[in-house]
Every structure is written in C-alpha cells, then in structure tokens.
Design a protein around this ligand. Structure first.
Ligand SMILES: NC(=O)C1=CN([C@@H]2O[C@H](COP(=O)(O)OP(=O)(O)OC[C@H]3O[C@@H](n4cnc5c(N)ncnc54)[C@H](OP(=O)(O)O)[C@@H]3O)[C@@H](O)[C@H]2O)C=CC1
Ligand SMILES: CC(=O)C(C)=O
Length: 318
C-alpha cells in the first residue's frame, strides 16, 4: 500500500515522514504486533530508543514486514536514541552498534542524543545511589556529538539529531558541530506548544519532532489528579465541531505547524485512527486558539536529573 504520509525535507536533504509511531512503554510482548499493524495501515516512521527496552521486538516487526514484501528498508524512517549512560566518546559507537543489532538494521535514518545530560557509566541505565538518587556523569554533550559525527560519515546513520536540548545548548552545540543536527525531538502539545523553540530551531535548519503529543496519559509517574490533555473540554469542543477525535486534533495540530509527530499506541484501532488525519485540516483560527492553551505544562519533566549542570529545563528559558 502506498503511504499517505507527508514527508518533511530535512536540512541535509533526507526526508522524514511527518507522522510516526512512538514506542515508549510499549511492552516487548505487544510492540511487535503494534509496529506490524502500523506498517499495514501506512506508517513509515517508527520512533525507538535503547532505553525503551523493546528495540529487538520492534526490529522483529520490521524484519517480518520486509520479508513479507510489504515494505522495503528504504521505505522506512527509523529513529533511535543514544542513552545517557553512553555519552562518553569511547562508548558511543558500541551503543549505536548495539541498537542496530537489536533492530536488525544496517543503518538508522536518525540517531538522537536522547538528553543533553549524561549519567554515570557503570552498566546500569539508571545508576542510582543507595538513596535512589541518579548518579551523574559530567561528559560534555559536545564531546558526545564529536564521537557521533564519524558514525554518520561511515553510513551507520543517515542523519544526526538531538532530543530535549534547550536553545542555549543548541547554540553551543552548533558552535562546535561539523555535522549539524537536523532534528530536535521535544515534548510538544497544546499545554507546551514550544513556539519559541520551534522558531529558534527553524532558523537554524533544525526540525522539531513533537513527543507526548497526546499528553502521555500512560507515563509511569502520572497521578490521578494530573490534568488529562485528551479530556480538555476546549479540545473536545473543537473535535466535536469538526467531527474528529481529540487525538486526531492533537496530531493534526502538529502537522499544521510543520512539526513531525509520533503518537504512541499499541491498540490496532487507535493506531489506525491516529493515522487517519490526512483528509482534513485545522483552520488557522483553530491552531491559534489551541496555541492559547499553553501553560508551560510538562508531562515529562525528567525530575530524576534535576541538579545536573546540563538539565535542559532547569535554568534556561526555552
Ligand atoms: N525523546 C524523549 O525524551 C521522549 C520521546 N518520546 C517518544 O514519543 C512517543 C509518544 O509519546 P508518549 O509519551 O508515549 O505519549 P503519547 O502522548 O503518544 O500518548 C500515548 C498514550 O495515549 C494513548 N492513546 C494513543 N492513541 C490514543 C487515542 N487515539 N485515543 C486515546 N488514547 C490514545 C496510548 O494508549 P494505547 O497504547 O493503549 O493506545 C498511551 O496511553 C513515545 O512513545 C516515544 O517514542 C516520549 C517521551 C520522551
Ligand atoms: C520516554 C523517554 O524517552 C524518556 C523519559 O527519556
């Protein structure tokens, strides 16, 4: 089946499908089927990360769909991310090779530095002391980036990018980078619209991928009284008025703004309805109205890294 997905041209000439499938929290036992369902419906972009602990099962779905002849490798856009415990330059290549092995791929389309802050390199993904406090490493993300650049030249990744970097960190990275990041993947939805960061990135040839676009209701630290983005009456009003679901409005909100968007689902019918967003548009007035819902509301504040000198949300404005 030909994909309906619009593609966004990246600054280095490669193209990225504007809508992808998120895989954080998708259990190994359910993610293979979810990725297969997504590919059948037309998704061609899958967002992965080593730390999600399910790359192998995502890879099984990709391998199967290629073997069935449903897709070719070059039809897909596969992203993964370098975890915080592998920032030390001598660990970077091994981390990428492990991810490629997990996914059963020869190359990634996009490899992101998952967070600017590094954690202690002692083998644990969340190295904690006896009190449960995460142990930091002071590796500079610029040095990590320098270790990534040769991997792109080697062809192991087509594009390099960042995730959760703030504007100051991007500026500093750009002063040193030989290969420029083409993507910044950040939390983005009506409560955290990231309009300033988007404008900043756009001016520097960096596209934004919106993560947690539906408000991440299954995030592990969610509390019963936390606001639920998809239950927002103002969003429900828009969705009812145009005859779409709130999730479809939230996904389309990113597409109208030119952002890549990666909703997660392991449910076949939600995977399909989240993709069914290419036959309608939100009016500019509705996009503007949704912009007014911004309340600097983060669902993924990464409190475990508070106090790290490179924590992206602690000191800088955006
Ligand atoms: N770079 C980074 O640091 C981060 C990256 N990400 C990436 O972004 C992806 C998406 O973000 P995520 O935080 O997972 O959250 P999302 O905002 O995508 O929300 C996912 C949740 O919404 C539910 N859902 C999906 N579709 C619908 C629908 N149509 N109606 C109602 N509920 C729905 C899912 O349940 P169900 O599965 O049962 O359908 C799940 O509980 C991640 O999976 C990951 O790939 C996310 C956070 C951080
Ligand atoms: C979900 C994710 O990518 C985090 C918390 O880093």
């Amino acid at each position: 089946m030909a994909s309906k997905v619009i593609k966004i041209k990246l600054a280095n000439g490669f193209e990225c499908p504007i809508l992808g499938l998120g895989t954080w929290k998708s259990k190994p036992g359910e993610v293979t089927q979810a990725v297969k369902d997504a590919i059948d419906v037309g998704y061609r972009h899958i967002d992965c990360a080593f730390v999600y602990g399910n790359e192998k099962e995502v890879g099984e779905a990709i391998t199967e769909k290629i073997a069935e002849g449903v897709i070719k490798r070059e039809d897909l856009f596969i992203t993964s991310k370098l975890w915080n415990t592998f920032h030390r330059p001598d660990l970077v290549r091994g981390a990428l090779l492990q991810t490629l092995k997990n996914l059963n791929l020869k190359y990634l389309d996009l490899y992101l530095v998952h967070w600017p802050q590094a954690y202690k390199e002692d083998g644990e993904l969340f190295p904690a002391d006896e009190a449960g406090k995460i142990q930091f490493s002071d590796v500079d993300y610029v040095d990590t980036w320098k270790a990534l650049e040769p991997l792109a030249k080697e062809g192991l990744v087509k594009s390099l990018g960042i995730s959760n970097f703030n504007s100051k960190q991007i500026e500093r990275l750009l002063e040193h980078a030989t290969i420029k990041p083409v993507m910044n993947q950040v939390e983005c939805h009506p409560y955290l619209s990231q309009r300033r960061l988007q404008e900043f990135c756009e001016a520097r040839g960096i596209k934004l991928t919106a993560y947690s676009p539906l408000g991440s209701p299954d995030r592990p630290w969610a509390k019963p009284d936390d606001p639920q983005l998809m239950d927002d009456p103002k969003l429900k009003e828009i969705a009812n008025r145009i005859g779409k679901t709130v999730a479809q409005v939230l996904i389309r909100y990113q597409i109208e703004r030119g952002n890549i968007v990666i909703p997660k689902s392991v449910n076949k019918s939600r995977i399909a309805s989240n993709f069914d967003v290419f036959d309608f548009k939100l009016s500019p007035e509705d996009v503007q109205l949704i912009n007014t819902f911004d309340c600097n509301g983060r669902f993924v504040p990464m409190t475990a890294s508070l106090g790290h000198k490179y924590h992206p949300f602690e000191n800088d404005e955006f």
